[in-house]
Design a protein around this ligand. Structure first.
Ligand SMILES: NCc1[nH]cc(CCC(=O)O)c1CC(=O)O
Length: 314
């Protein structure tokens, strides 16, 4: 019987979402009469070891993914469960996306000390986030807020909310939901106010491109509407050379055509200055996810998105 080794980082979120994915994979294997068993292997990545340095200074989000991918390539593990939004644009030779399962809540959430909405935060309140995308959109809506960087896993950020005198911090709702901490969310920010990161709330199940046994199983885990939406968002990211740590957001969803024959997607993308003073946003619809992603990116480029991104990268 094939043993499928699933690699994961050791953060609370990574362990939980890997465990949940493995449970679903076990059910799918059973339903389809696929004989296999699973083993979970914890891997410490460079990104986990340098938690005190700003992420962009040590090489970006790809850090969390790279060492897990090496283990996949080396055959130490057979499957890796990643947060889609942590995935670099290109995958290493030999590795593929085996499945994109159904998306969790894509929104950002505000976790506060006693306030129940963004608008309730007092004048000049201190908000913790290291995301330029979140900072840009928060400042656009509330220029009076003070934003300070906060790093670490979800659990350590929640601790810092108390210890470092923040009035609020921002986290992805998906992560809080997965680890069962939804009760700590004070408010959900609608995409109209804060567009999520590309892929936020979705998972990426990665495997070796030649592992047909695993690919066959993962094919049953794919959620097509989520996969189409994520493809559109990532095409948007790719056209803008998004990479990591730029004030850029996007959200796509499937709007079924009334006749039900083809799938229509709507995508909204944004690029803003870190201070929120300039905020470019465009929405479009289409059937081809890659073409839609490029189209929305090009509409923003016409308005000067590349200039904003170039300034941030410097
Ligand atoms: N940047 C880290 C990260 N990567 C994925 C998630 C959880 C949400 C998701 O799966 O999209 C988080 C935490 C956060 O942004 O709050």
């Amino acid at each position: 019987m094939r043993t499928i080794v699933v690699g994961t980082r050791q953060s609370a979120l990574a362990l939980t979402q890997t465990g949940q994915a493995v449970e679903l994979l076990k059910q799918l294997a059973e339903e389809h009469g696929i004989e296999c068993q699973f083993e979970i292997k914890k891997i410490v990545t460079k990104g986990d070891r340098i938690l005190d340095v700003t992420l962009s200074k040590v090489g970006g989000k790809g850090l969390f993914v790279k060492e897990i991918e090496q283990a996949l390539t080396d055959g130490e593990i057979d499957i890796a469960v990643h947060s889609m939004k942590d995935m670099p644009f290109e995958l290493p030779e030999g590795l593929v996306v085996g499945a994109i399962p159904k998306r969790e809540d894509p929104r950002d959430a505000l976790i506060t000390r006693g306030y129940s909405s963004l608008d309730e935060l007092p004048q000049g309140a201190l908000v913790g986030t290291s995301s330029l995308r979140r900072a840009s959109q928060l400042q656009h809506h509330r220029p009076d807020l003070r934003i300070e960087s906060i790093r670490g896993n979800i659990d350590s950020r929640l601790r810092k909310l108390e210890e470092e005198n923040f009035d609020a911090i921002m986290l992805a709702a998906a992560g809080m939901h997965r680890i069962g901490w939804q009760d700590r969310i004070s408010a959900y920010l609608p995409p109209e106010l804060c567009l999520p990161a590309v892929g936020q709330g979705a998972l990426c199940i990665e495997c070796r491109g030649n592992d047909t046994f695993v690919l066959d199983l993962l094919g049953k885990f794919q959620h097509e509407p989520t996969a189409l939406a994520v493809r559109a968002e990532r095409a948007f990211l790719g056209r803008l050379n998004g990479g990591c740590q730029v004030p850029l957001g996007a959200y796509a969803s499937v709007v079924e055509n009334s006749s039900g024959e083809s799938t229509l997607l709507t995508l909204t993308g944004m690029v803003g200055t870190p201070d929120g003073a300039t905020m470019l946003k465009e929405t479009a619809s289409g059937n081809d996810p890659e073409a839609l992603g490029r189209l929305v990116a090009e509409k923003l480029i016409e308005q000067g998105a590349e200039r904003i991104l170039a300034e941030v990268r410097e």
